[in-house]
Design a protein. Structure first.
Length: 439
């Protein structure tokens, strides 16, 4: 694998110390490796580059299984491998869709690597859809979450289902008290970059905002009006609270995305693509959004509900100030709430101005296009289609996300209706497709 060429493709100038140390630990032997490093430090790339060098591309079999706690991390990690263009095929496996459909796609793709939630991977192993004998590497990303009590039975069964694993790689931003015996970690090399690391980087400024009412929705709306077109995630602890808050903000005129574990996968994907491509400035979410989202340039993390503990706080704030960027986090405190003791950083009380503008509307909107890579469609094809059939200029098209069977594209908001109308019933590369706005 040509690592400099891959880094260039991913627009990454070089590896940091943690990534270099992880690469050396994984490649020098088949010894187990535990990697501890802060959120946002690049752990995904740190383990992918060295483990993928051990894949035999001439063998169209699953040779590495990466276990993740949620489908978003599975999708994003598989996407990183496929974007490398290194000849290694990767696929995400997760619940919420038929396992039969995944098996059908696996037979066509013949992936070398799968990124899977524990239950879904066990399902495929039980059904014989994946041969366990060929899997020689097991990676557990966010192992503190995957090995939590709720996953114990699934993880125990999984490790028993993989008898030929030669190397295990565990990664997390927070250390676990202990690693269960069934994981079979033996004499692991520990790459620890949490030692003497601040709980939250200095690049993140911490603010408190006091709400005069127990119901903090009006204070949240005012804060977001002040932040205007900055990218912000609002964290809440419950699904129904996410839905209530999202509805309130929409009625106030905000263009939002929302995310929680009870949503259908299509709606979750819609929300994430809208937020990541700038079609919405606000993501209202449970802690599901605190892990596995690799969305650059998030300006603000807003705690509407206080994090349940220090780990949850660290993972939330890790969504901003990625790599060398700067960010801010706001605690909205009700009349009876105080800042949690686990917040170690110096905080500043933030006063929201009396004079505020109305919510700003995003410059972009998102359209769903019903064709993808499996239809031999490229990003260039989609851009050309939107220009030729949708009447757009290239400068009016933003980020394009291409999946196997569909795609999302950001288009300038003022032309959204025009694009949907002009592309109705039209063909892309000779294939009739659907173009719909993502609300």
């Amino acid at each position: 694998m040509d690592i400099p060429k891959i880094l260039q493709k991913l627009n990454i100038s070089g590896l940091n110390d943690m990534q270099t140390a992880t690469g050396e630990a994984i490649t020098k032997s088949w010894q187990d490796v535990i990697v501890l490093s802060p959120t946002g430090s690049g752990k995904t790339l740190a383990y992918l580059l060295p483990t993928l060098t051990k894949i035999n591309t001439k063998q169209p079999k699953v040779q590495m299984a990466v276990v993740v706690p949620g489908r978003e991390l599975a999708l994003q990690s598989a996407n990183v491998v496929n974007n490398m263009g290194c000849g290694i095929r990767a696929m995400a496996l997760y619940g919420g869709r038929p396992a039969m459909d995944e098996h059908h796609n696996m037979k066509k793709m013949m992936p070398h690597v799968v990124f899977a939630t524990p239950g879904r991977l066990n399902d495929h192993l039980d059904k014989g859809n994946i041969c366990p004998d060929d899997i020689v590497m097991l990676v557990i990303d966010e192992f503190d979450k995957c090995l939590a009590m709720g996953f114990h039975d699934e993880m125990r069964k999984l490790t028993e289902n993989l008898p030929n694993v030669r190397q295990r790689v565990l990664l997390s931003a927070t250390d676990a008290d202990s690693i269960p015996h069934f994981v079979n970690i033996h004499h692991a090399i520990k790459v620890n970059f949490l030692v003497d690391v601040e709980q939250v980087p200095e690049r993140v400024k911490v603010f408190t905002v006091h709400s005069p009412e127990k119901d903090k929705l009006e204070t949240l709306a005012k804060l977001l009006c002040e932040l205007q077109n900055q990218s912000s995630i609002v964290f809440l602890n419950f699904r129904d609270s996410v839905e209530r808050t999202d509805l309130f903000l929409r009625r106030k005129g905000f263009v939002t995305s929302s995310l929680h574990g009870g949503m259908e996968q299509k709606l979750r994907e819609d929300a994430l693509f809208k937020f990541s491509n700038g079609s919405s400035y606000v993501l209202v979410a449970t802690d599901l959004a605190s892990r596995g989202l690799d969305i650059p340039d998030i300006d603000n993390i807003i705690h509407y509900h206080l994090p349940l503990g220090a780990d949850e706080y660290i993972h939330r704030v890790g969504r901003t100030a990625r790599w060398t960027a700067e960010g801010r986090t706001f605690f909205i405190l009700g009349p009876e709430e105080t800042l949690p003791e686990y917040v170690e950083a110096e905080t500043v009380e933030h006063q929201i101005p009396d004079q505020l503008s109305s919510p700003s509307h995003p410059r972009m909107a998102t359209v769903y296009i019903g064709k993808g890579k499996a239809d031999k469609i490229s990003k260039g094809d989609i851009a050309g289609f939107l220009c030729k059939k949708g009447g757009l200029q290239m400068s009016e098209i933003g980020r394009i996300d291409l999946k196997d069977r569909y795609a999302y594209a950001a288009v300038i908001f003022e032309k959204l209706s025009q694009v949907v109308s002009m592309t109705k019933g039209e063909k892309i590369k000779g294939i009739k497709t659907i173009v719909e706005p993502v609300r």
